[in-house]
Design a protein around this ligand. Structure first.
Ligand SMILES: C[S@@+](CC[C@H](N)C(=O)[O-])C[C@H]1O[C@@H](n2cnc3c(N)ncnc32)[C@H](O)[C@@H]1O
Length: 243
């Protein structure tokens, strides 16, 4: 066997193990895990697009809800030198796995970027850091409207003005819930969609559909607005002109 064959076999074995781990965590707590399998590569690429767009300068990036690291693995090679990546994951077992992924990642061996894994809920993340990009894998449609409002408000607070939040939502979940869940669950989901629609109306800069994922998903990019430039003089402020 040559090197390529052995490394390819290792990657396949690793993906297989991650698939099982994800499934086991979903069986333990489907509401928080939010899916039965990690995101596929096309979805991971669409989610991490803002990192590629904002390179090559050093970036501060937050990944929330990283699971087994399907998106993290796509993200790390695109981090410009000198960047910082904070990974936040609520599930203790996933966080342990993510620490292993980061410790053994070849792109991080030469301190190419500073990467930390935080085992906590992202809405409880205690930091003064502000980010250029936030990549969210959170299963927002499983949360209460109040929790979604808290998470979204925290994301906007954590972004630099002009920074981008990128997240995904599986297609058809609301319809599936209407058909299979209780009325209370269907109403909760509809209320979450309302909260999200309000954020999308105010901040969305793009939406893509990734069909090559199980299930297919919409990827949204939202941008925190920059404050308007200060007027140059009181007189200019009064008559609304700039030099
Ligand atoms: C749908 S999975 C996405 C995993 C990975 N990003 C992917 O795309 O394969 C959602 C992840 O978010 C985590 N999670 C759920 N609620 C969270 C919260 N409030 N803060 C941080 N992580 C959370 C879950 O433990 C799970 O790993």
């Amino acid at each position: 066997m040559n090197d390529w064959t052995t490394s390819h076999a290792r990657v396949l074995a690793q993906r297989h193990a991650e698939g099982w781990m994800f499934l086991i965590e979903a069986a333990r707590d489907l509401r928080t895990t939010g899916a039965v399998a990690p995101s596929g590569r096309p979805l991971a690429r669409a989610l991490t697009e803002p990192v590629r767009v904002q390179a090559p300068g050093p970036l501060a990036v937050l990944e929330a809800g990283a699971g087994t690291g399907a998106v993290t693995r796509t993200l790390i090679p695109h981090l410009p030198r000198g960047s910082r990546l904070d990974i936040v994951e609520a599930n203790r077992r996933f966080a342990t796995r993510l620490r292993g992924l980061v410790a053994g990642h070849p792109n991080l061996a030469g301190r190419h970027a500073q990467v930390n894994v935080h085992q906590t809920y992202v809405e409880d993340l205690d930091t003064d850091q502000r980010y250029d990009v936030i990549v969210s894998g959170l299963p927002l449609t499983n949360f209460t409207p109040a929790q979604v409002e808290r998470v979204m408000a925290r994301y906007l607070e954590l972004l630099h003005p002009g920074g981008t939040l990128t997240y995904f939502a599986y297609l058809g979940t609301r319809r599936a819930r209407r058909l299979t869940a209780s009325r209370a669950e269907a109403l909760r989901h509809a209320a979450v969609d309302e909260v999200m629609a309000d954020y999308q109306r105010r901040y969305a800069v793009g939406r893509w559909t990734v069909w090559a994922n199980l299930p297919p998903a919409h990827v949204w990019h939202l941008r925190r607005p920059r404050p308007p430039a200060a007027p140059h003089s009181p007189q200019q402020a009064a008559d609304g002109t700039r030099r």
